[in-house]
Design a protein around this ligand. Structure first.
Ligand code: 5GP
Ligand code: ZN
Length: 137
């Protein structure tokens, strides 16, 4: 896609700090570095988000995560790592070429704050919701 910044990174028209590349995916350092080593893993093929991915492409992209995560852990001495994948503007996506953030956690008190606000569920409603959402194999 001609006006897509990540497609331009794939083609080499825009420079990037690559840390992994094969025929199907590219991983490079995020320009904003929320934590040191903050990396983006993208398919080389342009798809906007997870909703547009077929299972073959998803398998290809997601299968690369463990080895890239291990590389970040080993080389940076990370004690943990979060993966974040924003899909849609409301979910915080700003670049509409699907990507997975890998965020190494090096120390307590870093600047990454992922917080889940928990709620006591209505278990009947929860059961109904599960039925409504149930996906046949
Ligand atoms: P999103 O908010 O869509 O999940 O994440 C997009 C990410 O892409 C942001 O963290 C942003 O810093 C990163 N980004 C945007 N443009 C560029 C670029 O030209 N080069 C690199 N390396 N990262 C970029
Ligand atoms: Zn693209």
């Amino acid at each position: 896609m001609t006006d897509c910044i990540f497609c331009k990174i794939v083609s080499g028209d825009v420079p990037s700090s690559k840390i992994y590349e094969d025929d199907h995916v590219l991983a490079f350092l995020d320009i904003t570095q929320v934590t040191p080593g903050h990396t983006l893993l993208i398919p080389k093929q342009h798809v906007a988000d997870l909703f547009e991915m077929d299972s073959d492409l998803a398998s290809t992209v997601f299968a690369r995560l463990p080895k890239i995560a291990r590389q970040l852990k080993e080389k940076l001495g990370a004690k943990g790592l979060n993966i974040v994948n924003n899909n849609g503007e409301l979910a915080g996506q700003t670049v509409f070429h699907s990507h997975i953030h890998l965020l190494p956690r090096l120390e307590e008190g870093d600047e990454l704050d992922i917080r889940f606000t928990t709620h006591e569920p209505d278990f009947a409603a929860l059961g109904q919701l599960a039925q409504d959402l149930y996906l046949e194999d």
